[in-house]
Design a binder for this molecule. Structure first.
Ligand code: DOR
Length: 443
């Protein structure tokens, strides 16, 4: 494999931003330094004025395979991911069939091999009756076990209290949870249905899937984790109310961590008027004050991880009335651009984006040799150019063919993405053949 030398870049890594050079050799970061000069046969890239980051690690995506390939598949969505500077994804179990045992997990790894452009890991899902599969899970085969403590797309609600307690007691990996209290949501839904029928205006989604429902369920997850000393990661925090349940500080040593998603930082209740069901997701995008509090919580290390919850649905599905329009939005392709807007706005530093979107998921899930600019680590890299970019539908690589960011202009764009040392995206096009690898977990 020919080596590549990137010179004069602005490297952002482990809290520092500095000018330097980085050599890629045999798929790895071979050398980081200054004043490095090209060798015979080596391609040299002058990256002056550009930021060089470790590729982002998205710990929450729905790539829909198997069974829902009409919405998305591993090839299309991983293409969108690398175009967006995301070099690793961890995929959710609410597929068809759901990923409820080791055989279903291995089936997903087989499907990804040779087709995924980014590196991949797959969660085992929990149900009311697969406790034995969770207990016998080899922790090196999955980043974690996903528990839907609130019903969402796919029918994977775990609401049997005895089972839930046993899962928290016995799980051999981190537990990741979707926290929304389903009985509270059902009660609110009934009120709105009585008034509007199936055509409930989208703006009421955050009232139906309420802040109280989020908080109640998150409190339950935390109390179970405290009882059993479980390594708990609560996904997609969407309210200011839940933030007091988490501790500020570095991720090291925390047994309970929190994730938020890019859409909660970039949209709020005022956006339903224009975007309607395109931004309908679970949990719901809530108020401007929640969005502000969540951005602060990321900056202050109350929130540990930034992810996408990339959840594509077709435009035809999104055009249905409220009660049958599915929840979720496609995000991987523009999530990093959107996160870097927070840097442009002075709310976060680039180093904080890198921390939340690359270092933290690598640490949390014990990902081997990825997520950092370190010699010897896999060369998963992204180069950022500070040139404006306006999102257009024809640029969307996700199979669903739309983006909630259409028409938005970002101040930076993804100039190049390398996966395992090989160029995967050159700023305008996908390059080469799929080169993603199965993640290894150092456990
Ligand atoms: O909005 C969502 N969409 N939330 C989820 O929990 C599931 C996801 C999906 O799979 O569509």
């Amino acid at each position: 494999m020919p080596s590549t030398l990137i010179v004069n870049a602005r490297l952002v890594n482990e809290g520092r931003e500095y000018d330097g050079d980085l050599r890629i050799e045999d798929g790895r970061i071979a050398q980081i330094g200054t004043g490095l000069s090209g060798r015979d046969g080596e391609s040299v890239i002058d990256a002056r004025g550009r930021r060089l980051l470790p590729g982002m690690i998205d710990d929450q995506v729905h790539f829909r395979e198997p069974g829902l390939e009409y919405k998305a598949d591993m090839a299309t969505e991983s293409a969108a991911a690398v175009a967006g500077g995301l070099t690793t994804f961890m995929d959710m179990p609410n597929t068809s069939p759901p990923t409820l045992d080791a055989a279903a997990l291995e089936d997903k790894y087989r499907r990804a091999a040779g087709r995924a452009r980014a590196n991949y890991g797959f969660y085992l899902g929990a149900s009311n009756d697969n406790l034995a599969a969770i207990q016998s899970l080899d922790p090196r085969t999955a980043p974690g076990v996903k528990v839907f403590m609130g019903a969402s797309t796919g029918n994977m609600l775990v609401d049997d209290p005895v089972t839930l307690d046993a899962i928290f007691r016995d799980v051999p990996t981190p537990i990741i949870t979707h926290c929304e209290d389903t009985p509270m949501i059902d009660a609110e839904l009934a009120v709105y249905k009585a008034k509007y029928g199936d055509d409930i205006p989208a703006q009421f989604h955050p009232d139906i899937r309420s802040r109280q429902a989020c908080k109640k369920s998150t409190e339950l997850a935390i109390s179970l984790a405290r009882k059993h000393n479980t390594r708990l990661h609560v996904l997609h925090i969407s309210t200011a109310d839940e933030l007091a349940l988490f501790q500020a500080g570095p991720i090291e040593g925390k047994r309970i961590t929190a994730e938020t998603c890019i859409h909660f930082l970039r949209f709020d209740r005022d956006d339903y008027a224009k975007l309607g069901h395109l931004i309908k997701c679970n949990p719901a995008i809530k108020d401007p004050a929640d969005r502000e509090a969540l951005i602060r919580a990321v900056a202050e290390d109350v929130i540990d991880v930034l992810a996408t919850d990339h959840a594509p649905h077709t435009l035809e599905e999104k055009a249905r009335p409220y009660t049958s329009a599915p929840s979720g939005l496609p995000l991987v392709q523009f999530a990093l651009n959107a996160a870097l807007e927070l840097v442009h706005e002075g709310r976060l530093s680039t180093a904080q984006v890198v921390d939340k979107f690359a270092h933290a998921p690598a640490k949390l899930f014990d990902v081997e040799q990825r997520g950092f600019l370190r010699e010897g680590y896999f060369a998963d890299l992204v180069l950022i150019d500070d040139l404006p970019y306006t999102v257009q539908r024809e640029d969307v690589l996700s199979k669903c063919g739309w983006s909630p960011f259409e028409g938005r202009t970002f101040h930076s764009r993804i100039a190049s993405t390398w996966v395992n040392g090989v160029l995967a995206w050159d700023g305008t096009s996908l390059v080469g053949s799929p080169n993603g690898q199965r993640l290894a977990f150092a456990r």
